[in-house]
Design a protein around this ligand. Structure first.
Ligand SMILES: [Zn+2]
Length: 354
């Protein structure tokens, strides 16, 4: 699988004309909307992704410039990195939504999208959304995994360069299986200083999945799911389905967005289920296509897909905040869930779940 990369590098070095030649004969499988695979016409490279330090600088810069924004440290990772909460809390009586990114360190484009969303809130590009909703963002919960600063080897990870990104935290624990026991410091920070401290109505937990899932014969740009534990209050599940309806309507209609239903389990160790049950919060899982790094072939996605996946995150965050702010989420039609096909995977998919 390394040969196409070498070919691509050589051609890329030859300049724009060569790139045009590469782009022309691509098979339909790599058309817009499905996104290029790394062995098609992109490379797995992490140099363009924000490092933890760059993200913190960005957050501090916007905290200084945006009067509506507050930045709080809610705890530290295993390796001592501060975990941040971005707050736009203008009126506690308004409904509140929490966006959570990078519980899994190798799923970074959701964080890149959240940063873009924060930038838009500062410039007013998202309109007067904040008049009607409180917004909380916890970006890059698993900063140690995101920076590859972990107590286990990452030698077999595929991304080029010095930085590797891994699903697990520094202790090789999957944080999205720790929402009942809450043993890891990252999980404790989220629960003690966010979930238990604010009256949160909605949460979107943002992830990435592998590259080869499809719905109706076409590779998906992502998949979504509401709480599926039988212990969740049916009213909370219905609100979660409405949150999903807003996302589906706004993403699937774009032309580049194509969403399936995620095949997720009912374990309450997973935030989508556990947080819905423990706090009565409406939750939505969003799994975007392709991870930033991985050891398995076919799971990580080439950098050329980044643009539309970041845009997919911004669209998701902006549309849901707006629908809560203007109250239209209460009218969201959840019947599409009855016909939305559960995604299936093409051969070669070896992605970690949720
Ligand atoms: Zn994940």
């Amino acid at each position: 699988m390394r040969k196409p990369l070498a070919t691509f590098r050589t051609l890329a070095a030859a300049g724009a004309l060569a790139l045009a030649v590469v782009a022309a004969p691509l098979p339909a499988a790599y058309a817009v909307g499905e996104g290029p695979n790394y062995d098609g016409n992109g490379q797995i490279t992490t140099s363009h992704l924000a490092t933890y330090d760059q993200m913190v600088s960005f957050l501090k810069d916007h905290d200084a410039r945006q009067s509506a924004m507050e930045l709080e440290v809610i705890g530290q990772t295993v390796k001592g990195r501060d975990i941040h909460l971005v707050k736009y809390m203008t009126d506690p009586a308004k409904p509140t939504i929490l966006y959570l990114t990078q519980q899994h360190g190798n799923e970074q484009l959701t964080t890149e999208g959240a940063m873009e969303f924060i930038r838009h809130l500062g410039t007013g590009k998202s309109g007067s959304i904040l008049d009607g909703v409180n917004v909380l963002v916890v970006p890059m919960l698993n900063a140690d995994g995101a920076m590859g600063d972990v107590n286990f080897p990452l030698d077999d990870y595929l991304a080029k360069g010095d930085r590797h990104l891994t699903r697990y935290n520094a202790e090789e624990v999957d944080l999205n299986r720790d929402h009942v026991d809450k043993i890891q410091p990252e999980t404790q920070a989220l629960h003690n200083n966010v979930m238990q401290k604010y009256r949160i109505d909605y949460m979107i937990d943002l992830h990435h999945q592998g590259t080869r899932s499809e719905r109706d014969g076409k590779l998906v740009s992502g998949s979504i799911l509401y709480p599926t534990t039988p212990n969740a209050d049916p009213a909370v599940v219905e609100k979660s389905k409405q949150l999903g309806a807003v996302v589906f309507d706004n993403v699937d209609s774009t032309g580049w967005g194509h969403l399936g239903k995620y095949a997720g389990g009912s374990a309450e160790t997973i935030s989508r289920n556990g947080i819905a049950v423990e706090y009565g919060i409406a939750t939505l899982l969003f799994e975007m296509r392709g991870m930033s790094d991985h050891f398995a072939d076919g799971v990580a996605l080439g950098a050329r897909s980044n643009g539309y996946l970041i845009k997919q995150t911004v669209t998701t965050l902006t549309s849901t905040a707006a629908a809560i702010a203007d109250g239209s989420i209460a009218d969201a039609d959840t019947s599409f869930w009855d016909t939305l096909a559960t995604q299936t995977s093409r051969p070669g998919e070896e992605a970690d779940g949720e």
